[in-house]
Design a binder for this molecule. Structure first.
Ligand SMILES: Nc1ncnc2c1ncn2[C@@H]1O[C@H](COP(=O)(O)OP(=O)(O)OP(=O)(O)O)[C@@H](O)[C@H]1O
Ligand SMILES: [Mg+2]
Length: 430
């Protein structure tokens, strides 16, 4: 017979091995880096201008960053920072290359959510983040999934669980409880309200003292930061249930939303959430913080089926929240939760497949204008290459069949552009 002690022993053995493997395999080449982009890509795919116009401008204005020329090549290759410098300095026909952003508003928040596993959530989040960064936006990613696919894809492998959504939630519990207790002490009728105790085992973790920026990590993309996740954060679901019990007035679902409210309005343009394949404390925090829900779904019948149950169960969970007690603290959090936009996005779509086309039609019949017009096509370009998952934007087009790359990139580009259109319209509404 085996108990938790045996599991602990097995885990200790495994951790030793993990540490050893990390030591053996760690080298600077295993750090994720971002490639340079060719003048063809910068002109036609990123700035959407004529290549000759671009070359002409570079030749005429020597203080623009000129990129690097490879020994055997004619093309110039630009880093993301150089692309952003060009974007700031250049105007084409007196038009700016800077992406639109409504004045005086905080960053827009979008959650990529569905409880169906493998629907393409992390792939969509990764590609939208990269496409948005190449579009000139500053992006913050929040990985809500302890599988940490997105964190790994962004090159983060050594993440301590304190600095994940779990840390944000535990910190919020401590801070909110302190705030409520102060309010209880201050209120004349305070005796009616109970004071809540947070046990030393939680306070002593020191999470209450973590600063805002401690949770945000830089990535190989200079304009993309991430609140990462890691496998050890998987117990957040379990811990959160306990935390709720400690303080039933704690609005557990609004912890991340409150955390994001503490960011400067102009620190980022877009905050993107990758959700776990479940409805739980983490995904409720993501959904609650989101201005827009983006629901990816594969093209099969079962995926349609589970997307249907997902929205049903989400609706129930959100309805439950809307009854959150009268002691609910005043602030930026308002109930019932409302979204500025809800969209469905079909992924892994094959245009030549009759079943896929039929499912896409069914989605459009049922969800009408909520369905994104451009599904993301099935492609071999997003299969894992090397140690890190890479997006089609990160893969150098010389490393694969140019047609495969172009086609995949075009599909993600169309989906991103549509996402951007929805975002800009919804941004005005918040
Ligand atoms: N457009 C696509 N073409 C080909 N393969 C894809 C595409 N989108 C996703 N995949 C593959 O499908 C698998 C699942 O994708 P992904 O990890 O993005 O799904 P997920 O919804 O985040 O999964 P989970 O629920 O486990 O978090 C991955 O192996 C991914 O490479
Ligand atoms: Mg995922």
């Amino acid at each position: 017979m085996y108990t938790h002690e045996d599991l602990t022993r097995l885990q200790a053995q495994s951790l030793k091995m993990q540490g050893w493997i990390r030591q053996q395999t760690f080298s600077p080449e295993n750090q994720k880096t971002l490639r340079r982009f060719s003048s063809w890509e910068v002109a036609e795919l990123i700035f959407r201008i004529n290549q000759s116009t671009f070359r002409g401008r570079l030749a005429a204005e020597p203080d623009l960053p000129g990129g690097e020329v490879e020994p055997d090549g004619r093309q110039r290759w630009f880093s993301l920072d150089e692309i952003n410098a060009l974007r700031r300095k250049m105007k084409i026909n007196r038009k700016t290359l800077m992406p639109p952003r409504p004045a005086g508003k905080r960053a827009f928040r979008a959650a990529i959510a569905n409880f169906k596993g493998g629907a393409g959530k992390s792939t969509v989040a990764l590609h939208f983040a990269h496409a948005a960064a190449l579009d000139g936006y500053r992006v913050l990613l929040v990985d809500f999934d302890p599988q940490a696919t997105l964190s790994h894809s962004m090159g983060l492998t050594d993440v301590a669980e304190d600095y994940t959504v779990w840390g944000i939630m535990a910190r919020d519990l401590i801070r909110e409880t302190d705030r409520m207790n102060t309010a209880v002490t201050g209120a004349a009728s305070g005796t009616a309200l109970p004071r809540r105790q947070i046990p030393a085992s939680i306070r002593d973790l020191g999470l209450g003292e973590l600063r805002h920026g401690d949770f945000i990590k830089p990535t190989a993309w200079s304009t993309i930061d991430i609140v990462p996740s890691c496998a050890n954060a998987a117990f957040v679901e379990f811990a959160s249930a306990q935390y709720r019990h400690l303080n039933p007035e704690w609005s557990f679902f609004a912890a991340v939303s409150r955390y994001l409210d503490g960011l400067g309005d102009d620190d980022y343009d877009l905050v993107l959430f990758d959700c776990p394949p479940a409805i739980g404390y983490q995904s409720m925090n993501a959904v609650f913080a989101a201005d827009m829900l983006y629901i990816p779904s594969g093209p099969g019948y079962w995926e349609y089926d589970s997307t249907t149950s997902f929205i049903g169960q989400l609706a129930e969970a959100l309805e439950d929240l809307s009854g959150f007690g009268p002691t609910f603290p005043a602030g930026k959090v308002s109930l019932p939760k409302s979204f500025a936009e809800i969209r469905f996005l079909m992924t892994r779509y094959e245009p030549g497949n009759d079943l896929h086309r039929a499912m896409f039609d069914a989605f459009r019949k049922v969800f009408g204008p909520h369905v994104a017009e451009h599904p993301i096509e099935m492609t071999r370009a997003v299969e894992q290459s090397g140690r890190f998952l890479s997006s089609v934007y990160e893969i150098d087009y010389r490393e694969m069949t140019r047609e495969t790359w172009r086609r995949a990139r075009a599909s993600f580009d169309r989906a991103y552009e549509e996402f951007r259109g929805s975002m800009l319209a919804a941004w005005d509404r918040i």
